[in-house]
Design a protein around this ligand. Structure first.
Ligand code: OGA
Ligand code: FE2
Length: 575
């Protein structure tokens, strides 16, 4: 499966600051704000155009009125009228020059300014891919956060500042996008919503016949023959000559009759089938379920007993001279794996600087596909990111030093500071930050108790659905994603939250049932590897889709090299 082969490059993609020709607007609010300004600009030039067109029309109107009066008088008594020499002269003048001038005015194109502005700006417009991407993001959010279609359409989301609703036509559009993805579940929800809004009297160009056509098909595809028939009947009431609907109706009736026949002989097998689909539904990608629940703030696996052992403290970086007089606030977020959060650890000014440095370089996070040798974007990582080096700004350098002081780990072998921006729907599905299992240990474990290999087998279990869980570390027979760096594996992760998120956007750990909520100015830290160098599988984590708002984070991946005396390794695998 191609998917199996691109996983190792996920990690690879993280390391290289590739940029992409098309910008994928929907993945980052940072870039979308530019579009808002573009639109504002276009509205101004459109208004200028309207003004010009109106003044032109005004001139034409005046001319018409004047001539209307004149011709009225003239036609009543043409000879008398022309008996006046001035009238005769004026008639000549009008017909010889003035009507010609008017013709030029009528033909005059007032749209130049607007059209040229439009032509320039259009180069930077989102394309079909962006529109589909944004629509899919909406559908994804609907699933993750259990949003009812009507709530989403009326824009009743938690924490929104600018309420906005979907028209019946918008709902129809979403349904069509789901349909082209063969996602009949969402097709049904959105076509039904479009229909509901039309039934409630919404004025729209959306056509009930079209909606019913899609809807009945989606319902049929999901196995509800009775409902598909009712909908098709409704369509035929609106358009009795509809060819496909008439054909479908006959077909449905035929199948219905056949099923009745079969039902007479066995009702048991149906029960059996129902049970089977029930089981299938329950079994469907448990990790995805866990992940989505944690994103909604459900399914946290913390017990009061364990909770009692989580503390907060002032931390001086283990008697670090820079922090003895001004220790920082540290909180235990989780016990196993140990996740700590630092409070007020990055100032608003520093955040602004980091964002400004990153903004012009943000590009869609890409992964490298070894099969095609090309960079591609992956549905499981929807965000934009950029890398900042300590050399380019004293702020970045200061941040790096802070991480070193507070973790006690050497940052000289760490990767550069990665800044990521998630727009609405932006997410990063469950993954590990570490890149591989150490080969010596792998061999050792394999010889001892076949452990290492089995881990890899575990790694590939869920592949097949749309939301496959994936592993970022390299497999034994594949090249090591971090080899070229010569700095070993990603020993630990430091993650700054550089914004609050109005709704959604948590960092969750599905293996252990932990959720960490973004809070501006804080940072979390955890070790990805055991002291032995072995990957800690409980650190599997994900960035939940942003529901409302905009998420900025920045992370530092610390590597093994340089930590030999700071965090000595052990021989026992899980110590
Ligand atoms: C990552 C990551 C979590 C988050 O970038 O590797 O896991 O909440 N991010 O953004
Ligand atoms: Fe991560």
């Amino acid at each position: 499966m191609a998917f199996n082969k691109i996983w190792y490059t996920v990690a690879f993609g993280l390391l290289l600051p590739f940029s992409y020709a098309h910008t994928d607007f929907f993945t980052s609010i940072g870039h979308m704000t530019d579009l808002i300004n573009t639109e504002k600009d276009l509205v101004v030039s459109l208004k200028d155009y309207i003004k010009a067109e109106e003044s032109k029309l005004e001139q034409i109107k005046k001319w018409a009125e004047k001539l209307d009066q004149l011709t009225d008088t003239a036609t009543k008594d043409p000879e008398g009228f022309l008996g006046h020499p001035v009238n005769a002269f004026k008639l000549m003048k009008r017909l010889n020059t003035e009507w010609g001038e008017l013709e030029s005015l009528v033909l005059k194109d007032m749209s130049d300014g607007f059209i040229s502005n439009m032509t320039i700006q259009r180069q930077f417009f989102p394309n079909d891919e962006d529109q589909t991407g944004a629509a899919k993001a909406l559908l994804r959010l609907q699933d993750t956060y259990n949003l009812d279609t009507d709530t989403l359409s009326r824009g009743n989301l938690p924490g929104v500042k600018h309420k906005s609703f979907l028209t019946a036509e918008d709902c129809f559009e979403l349904g069509k996008i789901a349909y082209t993805e063969a996602d009949y579940y969402h097709t049904e929800l959105w076509m039904e919503q479009a229909l509901k809004q039309l039934d409630e009297g919404e004025v729209s160009s959306a056509d009930k016949v079209y909606i019913l056509d899609y809807l009945s098909y989606a319902v049929y595809q999901q196995g509800d023959l009775g409902k598909a028939m009712t909908l098709t009947k409704r369509l035929l009431e609106l358009d009795p000559e509809h060819q496909r609907a008439n054909g479908n109706m006959k077909y449905f009736e035929y199948i219905m009759a056949k099923e009745k026949e079969a039902n007479k002989s066995s009702t048991d097998s149906e029960d059996q089938m129902e049970k089977e689909t029930e089981v299938k539904k329950k079994d469907y990608l448990p990790e995805r379920r866990k992940y989505e629940m944690l994103c909604r703030g459900e399914g946290l696996k913390m017990t009061p007993r364990r909770q009692k052992r989580l503390f907060c403290r002032y931390y001086d970086g283990n008697r670090n001279p820079r922090y003895i007089l001004g220790p920082v606030k540290q909180e235990d977020e989780w016990d196993k794996p140990r996740i700590v959060r630092f409070l007020d650890i990055i100032s608003d000014e520093e955040i602004e600087t980091v964002k400004e440095l990153a903004k012009p370089r943000l590009s869609r996070a890409t992964v490298h596909d070894p099969e095609t040798g090309k960079l591609t974007t992956a549905h499981y990582r929807v965000s934009k990111s950029a890398w900042l080096s300590g050399y380019e700004s004293p702020v970045v350098s200061r941040i790096n030093t802070r991480i070193q002081d507070l973790t006690g780990l050497d940052v000289s072998t760490a990767e550069e500071l990665q800044v990521a921006n998630y727009g609405v729907g932006g997410q990063y599905e469950p993954h590990f930050d570490f890149g591989r299992v150490s080969p010596v240990l792998c061999l050792h474990l394999f010889l001892l108790h076949k452990r290492c290999l089995s881990l890899f087998q575990v790694a590939n279990y869920g592949v097949g659905g749309q939301y496959e869980p994936h592993f970022d570390f390299a497999r034994a027979n594949e090249p090591d994603a971090f080899k070229e760096l010569g700095t070993g594996n990603r020993i630990a992760t430091w993650l700054f939250y550089m914004s609050d998120v109005s709704a959604g956007g948590a960092t969750v750990f599905p293996e252990v049932g932990a959720s960490v909520w973004p809070k501006k100015g804080t940072a979390v830290f955890w070790y990805n590897l055991f002291p032995s160098g072995e990957g800690d599988y409980s650190t599997r984590h994900a960035a939940c889709p942003v529901l409302v708002g905009n998420k900025w984070v920045s992370n530092k991946w610390l590597h093994e090299r340089g930590q030999e005396f700071r965090r000595p390794c052990t021989l026992s695998e899980l110590e």
